[in-house]
Design a protein around this ligand. Structure first.
Ligand code: AMP
Ligand code: MG
Length: 418
């Protein structure tokens, strides 16, 4: 078999561009609040009413007129007639006139006649009279109606991830349901005659199958439900059968292994020739992850197939580089690839020019707010411990052969949630 030259392989950026151009965003669905966490808003959130909805007090204190306390100080306090208390949740219809004050608790409606709320800490009550030991600014401690947003304003755009605060915001408008994109269904196919499920005894030459666990955990950490997991032997017909079933079930099929140039690698031939999957590309000038395959098939909707390499590090790194952005695009995320950060390399790193290397690194921040990064021990693509200890990938550009100690490099945080 002729080897593909590195110069004819796609670059990381080209491959990512092709994946995103092939990926289509899924339809929206209306969901109960309880099910919205970690989805993406498919519609902007518009304010249903002024926020705050009514003037209310930011503190436990006393509503006063400014003129009544204009000369008040600790030495020369104002003495006011104290009216009834307005609690949070009460109508707050009371009015005050010159010489009067009213107790108002945090979150309680501030009636229009009140010009400021003086904090309880500056006041005392003696024989039903309020002693105020300070003056007040107009509107002090009053959260004004519409101070945050006016009815109809857009608070959050479509494409934002629904985190607990976003969810709280939706609930604060009294809504019980909201719109988000359907979640992609994901099937994971692991390939290999040598693989045995954890918990079973191993024969000579066999290893424990770990990719399905790591990849389904990576999928779930994006807020997606449990994946379908399948295993195929290294056999063309068996491989085609398993992928056929996976493609019927899922929007995205992610396989691991069997996609290299070995004589037992049947993923590409089974997909292309037995199942009619359209190949978009095979092989990328990156390390780890050179053999990555990407294709699609149009059924009722478009389905994507990622043939990731079997080495556990390659599988997870390429999941992060390529599958995650595709999942996020399907989910309707506004940002599908986060910007890289800049950090100083703590030591020298070398490689051969030709492929872009995603070095597993540990990012740290000094007392003086300097980010620096150190490659983790165990950089070979079968050494999962090096990735387990990493919290970022260092981008070592294809054409470069040296990163000097102290040099500024681009890094991609490895937060499995984003
Ligand atoms: P392959 O890409 O099929 O040539 O596999 C590359 C390497 O990854 C081989 O050493 C495989 O034994 C190993 N490997 C493949 N799939 C898995 C898996 N699911 N779990 C653990 N190791 C795997
Ligand atoms: Mg294999």
């Amino acid at each position: 078999m002729a080897l593909t030259k590195q110069s004819t392989m796609l670059s990381y950026t080209e491959a990512l561009g092709k994946i995103l151009a092939t990926t289509t965003t899924l339809a929206e669905e209306e969901l109960a609040l309880e099910r919205l966490l970690n989805r993406y808003l498919s519609r902007a959130i518009q304010v249903q009413f002024d926020l705050p909805r009514f003037d209310n007090s930011a503190v436990d204190g006393f509503g006063v007129l400014l003129d009544d306390v204009s000369n008040a100080s600790e030495a020369n306090p104002a003495r006011l007639h104290l009216k009834e208390t307005i609690h949070a949740g009460s109508q707050g219809d009371a009015t005050i006139k010159r010489g009067e004050a009213i107790k108002i608790l945090t979150g309680a409606r501030v009636p229009p006649s009140v010009e400021a709320v003086v904090m309880q800490e500056f006041c005392s009550v003696e024989n039903g009279r309020l002693i105020v030991g300070t003056h007040a600014q107009p509107g002090e401690n009053i959260r004004r109606q519409g101070g945050e947003f006016r009815q109809g304003d857009e608070v959050l755009p479509a494409g934002m991830r629904i985190n607990p605060a976003v969810l709280g915001l939706i609930a604060s408008f009294g809504q019980t349901r909201f719109f988000a994109r359907r979640q992609p269904k994901i099937a994971i196919v692991v390939t290999g005659d040598e693989l045995v499920k954890p918990g079973k005894p191993l024969l000579q030459g066999q290893i424990y199958e770990s990719n399905s666990y790591a990849l389904s955990a990576a999928v779930r950490s994006l807020g997606l439900p449990e994946c379908i997991v399948m295993h195929t032997r290294d056999d063309r017909a068996a491989t085609a059968n398993v992928f056929k079933e996976a493609l019927e079930e899922a929007d995205i099929v992610i396989s691991a292994g069997g996609v290299s140039v070995g004589e037992h690698d049947f993923v590409k031939v089974a997909l292309e020739e037995d199942l009619g999957v359209q190949t978009v590309f095979w092989r990328i000038a990156i390390k780890p992850g050179k053999p990555v395959y990407f294709g699609y098939i149009d059924r009722q909707s478009r389905k994507l197939v990622f043939g990731l390499p079997g080495n556990p590090v390659s599988a997870l790194v390429t999941f992060n580089l390529f599958v995650k952005p595709a999942i996020k695009k399907m989910q309707g995320a506004a940002i599908v690839v986060e910007d890289t950060w800049r950090a100083h390399a703590q030591n020298e790193i070398k490689k051969k020019p030709g492929r872009m290397d995603f070095v597993r690194g540990r990012l740290s921040c000094s007392e003086t707010a300097e980010l620096s990064v150190l490659p983790t021990r165990g950089q070979d693509s079968h050494m999962l411990s090096g990735l387990a200890r990493a919290n970022c990938l260092i981008h070592f550009e294809a054409e470069d052969d040296l990163i000097s100690a102290g040099e500024i490099v681009n890094i991609q945080p490895l937060d499995w949630l984003t």
